[in-house]
Design a binder for this molecule. Sequence first.
Ligand SMILES: Nc1ncnc2c1ncn2[C@@H]1O[C@H](COP(=O)(O)OP(=O)(O)O)[C@@H](O)[C@H]1O
Ligand SMILES: [Mg+2]
Length: 263
Amino acid sequence: MNAIVLSETRGPAIMPPDPILSLEDLSVVFGDLVAIKALSLAVRRGEFVSLLGPSGCGKSTLLKAIAGLVPPTGGKIVRAFASMSASFMFQKPLLLPWRTALDNVLLPVEIERGGNAVDSSDRRNAERMLNLVQLGEFAGAYPHQLSGGMQQRVALARALISNPDVLLLDEPFGALDELTREVLNEELIRIWRSMETRLSTVIMVTHSIPEAAAMSDRVIVFSQRPARIVEDVPVDVPRPREPGDVRSAAFVRRIRALIRSGR
Ligand SMILES: Nc1ncnc2c1ncn2[C@@H]1O[C@H](COP(=O)(O)OP(=O)(O)O)[C@@H](O)[C@H]1O
Ligand SMILES: [Mg+2]
């Protein structure tokens, strides 16, 4: 009996999980400019998805629409459950220079509290997030005392403090040098896979084909504006991965060819 109930409710193990988020015929228009036109895309719970495409094709607009920062002109965004929450992280850390790392991480909590003071459990939570991004010792440091990579770690901790289900990353480490970027990419994967937060799903815009391939379960390649999906490329490489595991793989060559063809 138990087995039957289990199979009814959970399905066979090979079934892909339900989408946590679906875009259905989504369009976003700014005046005369069509940024996104009738785009449909489902992202499954637990997935790490990268979005690749030419500059100006509508990738940032897509993330902003998912975050609720830009209203859809047409179509809709379906969330798997009403309480599903998403956090956004940008290429620039956007830290307040007069606040310490800890107080920057606490900012979303303060906003949520609507002027009521944060308490000691909020502070402990912020410390936990700083520990998670390996900056526990820098809680009292000001942004100008931190390197670019450390500032992005603070921004990541700030994005995680609201315990989001989905993390939306817009070229998160694009302004950093390559070595720092590689380290932060590994950290991000570690945090995404760890059970220390509720985070299950990551949607990341990047300009780097190797980065997209190395990090993602799926790479979605967009056309020129208005963004249309040119190809949806699964990356079936087991984790943990080494950079060399994907660098020369056939799908990397395919993605590169698609981007170069400028479709
Ligand atoms: N708030 C806005 N108002 C008017 N046009 C916008 C706005 N945001 C983005 N755009 C335009 O929409 C198009 C897509 O922009 P964006 O989503 O930022 O592209 P990407 O992130 O792929 O480089 C661009 O032509 C951009 O100029
Ligand atoms: Mg952009």
